[in-house]
Design a protein. Structure first.
Lengths: 280, 295
């Protein structure tokens, strides 16, 4: 296993978590590839054109992306879930066109000169995000998120501001994706708009579906499997899309909750209805 | 020049409308998004080229492609929609059909390659044109518009005036009530997918005839726009899908005409966000599957 494998595995874990954070509040995002692009280009402009250090540029890009995500998604978050899917697909489709027609950041030809990502950057970020998710899963916040995901009107009747919760989680996911995107760009040295195609966002969502949607280890399993499987299996890298798609279709038919479908129960989270149906 | 662009917009818009109709039918009846739909649209172009290359006449090839894509649509229903009827079914079905779409696009890229492949003999179809009032219009565009119009009228008649259409509307309204009334909901779902897929196939063949080549990325670049049109016209509204499609087609060609270039692709999504802000039920609500009209 070379350092490249470690870096890409770490990045994919972060990306899977970024979509998982959004899914925790019941929304499905196909814009995480676009948020990655915003993080990549945002931090790239700051390091290349303004000479900032990568570790300073990343948080700025992440905050910027989070604000952008909240502003764009707010009209959709107020309505039914299916509209958010459409808006995120819209963000993904628009951003590529906008990036390609902006000469300042290289347009179609892309931007180069990005460097400085170390393995420890990614490791620290994985630990930080993982720790945050673990903390959430043991905190009362998890129950609020469960309520919003399972039944919004019930959650609202219990005094939970569902739009607020969903917006915060959407922004948080966008910020994580942006940081992963920034680290990705500064590892690749050279990025083009087509690196952040909508297909990237689809892969990110399917990582979670493969691994499991109801605890933080499912996305990890999905991301690690799909990053390393093509390296191990000869021929699998060529047929990656078909293999991955077929695996997800089969998985949804056989085990709709994903491979790792259980909730790590904590003492505080154990107060749940006894016959809670597993969500699919 | 301006009128030519307007006409181009209508032609492109009628293609959008056909794709959006397919999305809308499935969404109206099952309340689920079918993400394999754009890829069926993409596939139909390649299948037509493959059949024409085998020496089959274009007209017969088109019918065959409609049959094949229709059967593919039934397969998508079986794999990605039949099992997921529960509360979270709409997300599961969307993801499952997305995975099917991924398999289709990857398979097409492996078989036909990522470069566009061109249709033998397409150029002769495009050159034949008629001039009137100083604008020249190709017969292909006129044919496309008339064919789309006829198709819409037939579809509208089918949905609002026939027993079969009534079954569809009842299922769209409430599958449980429809089942209690003795409607075979499974069969209705299958017919819905069949119709939607055939519409996608027709749209795909239209695109192929107009541009003369097929590529694997039209599913994402054009097919997904139909989703925005769905929201602009109103989810599950058939009239909204048609009018929204035409509107977006015209707006896009206008944006291109006035020099927005590559950014004209953005127009449809901005329009969608605007519609969501001002009129979340869609611009052309009130004529959909759900609404009880005559018959």
């Amino acid at each position: 296993m070379t350092s490249d494998h470690i870096i890409f595995t770490g990045l994919n874990i972060l990306l899977a978590w970024s979509a998982y954070v959004i899914l925790m509040s019941g929304s499905l995002s196909f814009a995480n590839g676009a948020f990655m692009a915003l993080g990549a280009y945002g931090s790239g402009v700051l390091t290349v054109k303004f000479g900032l250090h990568l570790l300073v540029a990343l948080p700025i890009a992440a905050v910027g992306t989070a604000v952008f995500a909240a502003l764009v998604a707010l009209p959709a978050l107020r309505t039914r879930g299916v509209y958010l899917i459409l808006v995120t697909i819209g963000i993904a489709s628009c951003l590529r066109a906008v990036l390609e027609s902006t000469p300042y950041i290289g347009g179609v030809r892309g931007m180069s000169g990005l460097m400085g990502t170390q393995i420890w950057h990614i490791a620290v970020l994985v630990v930080l995000v993982g720790g945050m998710l673990w903390w959430i899963s043991r905190s009362p916040l998890q129950r609020i998120l469960d309520a919003v995901r399972e039944d919004e009107s019930v959650a609202r009747s219990m005094g939970i501001h569902t739009v607020y919760v969903k917006t915060i989680m959407f922004s948080a996911g966008a910020a994580i994706a942006a940081m992963a995107g920034g680290l990705y760009a500064h590892h690749m040295v050279f990025v083009r708009p087509e690196n952040f195609d909508i297909l990237v966002s689809i892969y990110i969502v399917l990582y979670i579906i493969l691994g499991g949607t109801n605890n933080m280890w499912g996305p990890v399993l999905g991301a690690v499997t799909m990053t390393l499987l093509p390296e191990v299996l000869r021929g699998a890298s060529e047929w990656r899309g078909t293999l991955f798609g077929a695996m997800v279709v089969l998985m949804l038919l056989i085990r709709p909750d994903g491979l790792l479908a259980f909730r790590i129960q904590s003492i505080s989270a154990r107060v749940m209805p006894p016959n809670r149906e597993p969500q699919s | 020049m301006f009128f030519e662009q307007l006409l181009n917009g209508l032609v492109v818009g009628s293609m959008y409308a056909l794709i959006a109709l397919g999305f809308s039918l499935v969404f109206g009846v099952l309340n689920k998004l079918n993400f394999a739909h754009p890829e069926l649209f993409m596939l139909s172009g390649f299948l037509t080229i493959a059949m024409v290359a085998l020496g089959i006449p274009l007209a017969i090839a088109a019918v065959l492609v409609c049959v094949v894509i229709g059967v593919a649509g039934l397969a998508v229903e079986l794999v990605s929609f039949r099992k997921f009827a529960g509360k979270d079914g709409h997300i599961t079905a969307a993801l499952s059909s997305l995975a099917v779409g991924l398999v289709l696009i990857d398979g097409a890229q492996k078989y036909w390659g990522t470069e566009p492949i061109s249709m033998p003999g397409a150029s002769t179809l495009r050159i034949a044109s008629v001039s009137a009032w100083g604008i020249s219009i190709s017969w292909l565009k006129i044919g496309t518009l008339i064919f789309t119009l006829v198709l819409m009228v037939v579809l509208h008649h089918m949905i609002t005036r026939t027993r079969f259409g009534r079954n569809i509307r009842a299922t769209a309204d409430s599958p449980d009530a429809a089942r209690l009334l003795g409607i075979d909901v499974k069969r209705v779902n299958q017919y819905t997918f069949l119709m939607a897929s055939v519409l996608a196939a027709i749209a795909g063949i239209m695109l192929l005839l107009r541009t003369g080549y097929a590529t694997t990325d039209v599913g994402f670049s054009l097919g997904l726009k139909a989703l925005a049109i769905l929201a602009i016209g109103g989810m599950g509204e058939l009239r909204g899908a048609v009018l929204g499609g035409l509107l977006v087609g015209v707006l896009e060609s206008m944006a291109f005409h006035f020099g927005l270039g590559r950014l004209s692709d953005v127009v449809v999504w901005i329009l969608m966000i605007g519609v969501l802000l001002i009129r979340p039920a869609g611009l052309f609500g009130g004529g959909g599957i759900h609404k009880e009209t005559r018959a």
